[in-house]
Design a protein around this ligand. Structure first.
Ligand code: FPP
Length: 224
């Protein structure tokens, strides 16, 4: 059985869910946050050490201002209301991405990271304003500037995911089969699961089904 250390998720389908059931894309994001909480709880039960959530990509800035504002408000309220609880549960929060949001959100994110940095039951890597191509370009530039030789080990150490093991599983909900500029380097040997359900409909049972499937896959890593 394969050990499972790290699950990464592209939480797709909030907008469609919101339009379908509440006539509002933002209602889908609100509902999506409930799924986030369920999956965090289940990850702890499953003894998963890293959960990486794609919450906002560098391309998501192209969305309507109203939707962007709603998403960041949701995140702000989540941090204000839940960070104590996450801390009590021994969860570490780490942002991967460039923190160039409002001063209030930047501060909240930094404070939350600092508060939980020593926790070790589960690390939540929140991909926020994250884009993989940009991350790779910056890593190469940094190696070049420091005159460090370019190899796999050195490059990995200059990515935003430094010290985070590569994902074992990637789940993308929402019935779409693409990577959307997410962890392109880190997913080289990851088992990928495309899920038809929209993110707000995804539940613990679906999650466990994927985990069970993963545990029984023969992972070769290029060998036979
Ligand atoms: C993609 O669905 C989802 C997002 C861009 C945002 C994800 C945010 C959440 C799950 C809630 C907030 C999370 C935290 C951690 C506070 P989409 O809007 O692209 O859906 P669509 O493909 O149906 O349009």
């Amino acid at each position: 059985m394969n050990p499972l250390n790290h699950v990464a998720i592209i939480m797709d389908g909030n907008g469609r869910w919101g339009l379908k059931f509440k006539n509002s894309r933002n209602a889908g994001h609100r509902e999506g946050l409930n799924t986030v909480e369920k999956i965090i709880k289940s990850s702890i039960k499953q003894k998963i050490k890293h959960l990486t959530l794609y919450a906002f990509s560098t391309e998501n800035w192209k969305r309507p201002k109203k939707e962007i504002k709603y998403l960041f408000n949701l995140l702000e309220n989540f941090l204000i209301n839940k960070i104590e609880d996450l801390h009590r549960k021994n969860i570490k929060l780490k942002v991967i991405g460039v923190k160039n949001f409002s001063p209030k959100l930047n501060n909240l994110l930094k404070k939350s990271e600092r508060k939980t940095e020593k926790n070790n039951i589960l690390q939540i890597n929140l991909a926020l304003n994250y884009g993989s191509k940009n991350e790779l370009i910056n890593a190469f530039k940094s190696l070049q500037k420091k005159r460090i030789s370019i190899n796999e080990k050195n490059l990995s150490k200059h990515l935003l995911t430094k010290n985070i093991p590569d994902p074992d599983i990637l789940i993308r909900t929402g019935n779409t089969k693409r990577l959307s500029n997410f962890l392109l380097w880190q997913l080289a040997y990851t088992e990928i699961f495309f899920e038809k359900k929209l993110w707000p409909d995804f539940n613990e049972k679906d999650y466990i089904k994927i985990i069970k499937k993963f545990k029984n896959i023969k992972r070769n890593f290029g060998k036979i």
